[in-house]
Ligand binder design. Sequence first.
Ligand code: PLP
Length: 445
Amino acid sequence: MAPLPSTLLEPHTPPAVATEPHVIVRGERLTVWDSEGRSYLDATSGMLCTNLGYSQPRLVRAAARQMTELPFFASFAHRTTDVTLALAEDLARLAPLPMGRTFFANSGAEANDSAFKLAWYYHRCLGRHRRFKILSQERGYHGTTVAAGSATGLDFVHRGFGLPLPSYIQVPCPDPHSPLRQGLTEERFVDRLIDHLERIIAVEGPDTIAAFIAEPILSAGGVIIPPSSYYPRVQEVLARHDILFILDEVVTGFGRTGAMFATTEFGLSPDLITVAKGLSSAYAPISAVLVGRRVMNTIAEGSTSIGAFGHGFTYSGHPVAAAVAREALAVVVEENVPAHVRETAPTLLKGLAEAFHGEEFVRDVRGHGFLAAVTFVTGSGGRPEGEWGSQVMAEAVEHGLLVRAVGDTVIVAPPLISTTEEIETMVVLLENSYRSALAEAHSAQ
Ligand code: PLP
């Protein structure tokens, strides 16, 4: 076996990889530079997270100030820090649900794990000792820890790990292009999805199900935008069985859809909302569970008999991350970033549609806010399943553009501060990348 190229065990990378990793060393606004000095326009916002770009001076100053004042103290056993409390207050003011309190963690997956535990704790407070099952969607993405990974509906997260755990059950993906739709109208398709959900609840037993978790738009699964009547109807079913609704706004929270929260935009009323990524614009690792008032009141009352919420992390509400997050939220509010996304998103969606609609090998173009995708026809142009995405992504790197591929889909999720001109440049670079991939497909035929 060839010697390994570095001492880093890289996430989401085959350990046997024999080439040097691509090393990024610097960033400014939407541009990053690699160790060879080449620059790239980042149309993925890091991992859909550097919403304010790479050189927001206010976030840097906030981190430095807090590092000097108090670099760390734990939030544990009724002791916390002033900035942790202040961030919880900020979130309570912004939150799109009748708020109880906020629980802090460090990543999206940890927030989702914490939301599951809160759901279990809630039911235990009500004496429902059998409610442990978690429902989620095929192709939903909630992280890769053992619990969040079990709720994630993507095979590569499960394979070889004995996941999902037995109490995690997946319902069909609400993808308008799903084979389950089979020529049905949107309304009939939603009827079918709801029938599936009802059947799964009946078979499993409603008194065994704690919560249902879903993203408003399924992001890492390939920018899947469910029909607009889907979630309202899901909510109605969940409410009837007192199954908690956890909305994963890890990607959509803080402006990506053109609203501060997709919860408000889509008129949803979840019991718990998880956020991460845009919370600090990724300048510091921090995530949160926004706990709605109803759940909060129940667990506050129930804890008097069942004891403390036995869950938390050394870095829950880390003061430096909290200070950065407070500043990131202040920038998002003061600069009205969601309104900028709303105004600029048509350039992205129209640009992609003009560049790709009707193109040979393109299935469709779709998007909402600064979350868009182009899907290629699987298996077309002599390319095996999933190759179009990786081929276009690789060509994009050559053209100085970073995008993300999921199977035959390429995701475009620019930082939320991108201007109209920057978006137009991204679209041109992506189209050129496709043309290069196309030329290669033709020459190989
Ligand atoms: N939830 C959603 C919707 C995500 O897209 C992600 C990551 O991409 C996560 C959760 C997991 O976040 P993390 O990678 O910080 O654990």
